[in-house]
Structure formats: C-alpha cells, structure tokens
Write a protein of this length. Structure first.
Length: 228
C-alpha cells in the first residue's frame, strides 16, 4: 500500500489514492483511529456532517501532530442544508468542528434535497422524508458529488457545463459497481477503528480474486430509503 500515491482530478488537483473513512466510527473510537492513521502515514481523511463525529476527528488530527498542510480532508454537505442560504453556514460549522480553516474536498452527499431545518432527517408521516427538491440534483457550479449513480450523473450533465471532478460511491466486495468504476476510475477509502487494521491491510492477489467473487448487489446505504 502506497500512502504517497495520488490521482489527478480534472481540475488539476491531486487526491491521495488511499484514505481513512470515518463513517460509523463510534464516539470515543474515531479520535484514536484518526491519530493512528495519520501517524501510520495516511494522507486522506473522509468525513461528513451526517457522521456526527467531526469534533473527535478534529481532535485526532490535533493529537497526531501531523501538519494540516500534509493532510487531505474530505467532508460532505448533508441533505437538509442544501438550500443556497444554508451551504456556507453548514461549511463553517464543519470547519469549526474539525478545527481547520479549510477543506480539500467538499461533496454533495446525496442527489436529493431535504426540507431545510435543524432535523437531519425531516420526516412526513404520509410521504416519508420531507423533500424540498428532487428534480435538479445540484446547482451547476458544484462539481464534487457523492452517491450519484449513472442515471443521476447523466441527468446532471444535461443541466451542467461542469463535469464532476469526484463522485464518491459505495463500493466493496458485496457491491462492486464495475459500470460506475469503469466510467469514473476509483480511489480507496477503507474504514476501521482497529489499530492493526489501520496500519496494515495489504492483501495478496489470491485474496483479491476471492473478494471479487463475492459480488451480491448488497447495499449498506439503500437510496430508496431516501426517496431516490
């Protein structure tokens, strides 16, 4: 595993090929995981507002002693803050919780917009989640996205002059999504809060072949639950 390997985006920016995911990392665990990862040589941290653990991530960064300039930090805008008047405030909150002045990458988390407010999952008893807009995926000037399938990307490109630089998707042995990966390329964001797994996860070719045979079409994030 090479922590120094990067990919060049269509914007000219370089993104580390390997990063540490912080989704589902429990409170009192993610702080140590981030510290261990950065000390082990990771250059990229993948975060999001909806993970609700950014303050611990920020503390882990501080504890590591690694300069901010040596770390690539990704975060994501959640669905209830998609209205234009809410985006900057949401970003400011993320920066404050991570204890940083800037993000290297800021993604639209899902191609859907919830009703604005304080509830991360505003719910309507009759229709499910309270949606504000599901016809135009994102404003034209956003070109960093997440969880957009092929149909959503094609829809976006019909209304946007900007080709997305990043589309972060769910991909693992049970959901490999080769059609999207062939279209977009890939980078790796493994997730663990266990020190030994963070520091070393090199797999031999035979293990990769076995993993590639596990395709089941199983999602851990079902977009139909969000009304997609």
């Amino acid at each position: 595993m090479s922590f120094g390997q990067t990919y060049t985006l269509n914007t000219g920016a370089k993104i580390p090929a390997v990063g540490l995911g912080t989704w589902l990392s429990q409170l009192n665990e993610v702080e140590r995981a981030v510290e261990w990862a950065l000390k082990a040589g990771y250059k990229h941290l993948d975060c999001a507002a909806i993970y609700n653990n950014k303050e611990e991530v920020g503390q882990g960064i501080k504890n590591s002693g690694i300069p901010r300039s040596d770390i690539f930090i990704t975060s994501k805008l959640w669905n209830h803050k998609r209205a234009p008047e809410n985006v900057e405030k949401a970003l400011d909150q993320t920066l404050w919780e991570l204890q940083t002045d800037y993000l290297d990458l800021y993604l639209v988390h899902w191609p859907i917009q919830f009703a604005s407010g304080d509830k991360q999952f505003p719910h309507d008893e009759q229709t499910g989640y309270s949606l504000a807009n599901d016809t135009i995926p994102i404003p034209f000037h956003w070109h960093r996205i997440s969880n957009f399938n092929k149909r959503r990307i094609e829809q976006l490109l019909k209304t946007s002059k900007v080709v997305p630089a990043v589309d972060q998707i769910e991909a693992h042995p049970y959901l490999q999504q080769p059609e999207l990966l062939d279209q977009e390329g890939d980078r790796v964001v493994p997730k663990s809060a266990t020190k030994s797994r963070i520091e070393k996860f090199v797999l031999p070719d035979e293990a990769f072949r076995k993993l590639n045979a596990l395709e089941r079409g199983v999602r851990y994030n079902d977009p139909t639950e969000l009304g997609l």
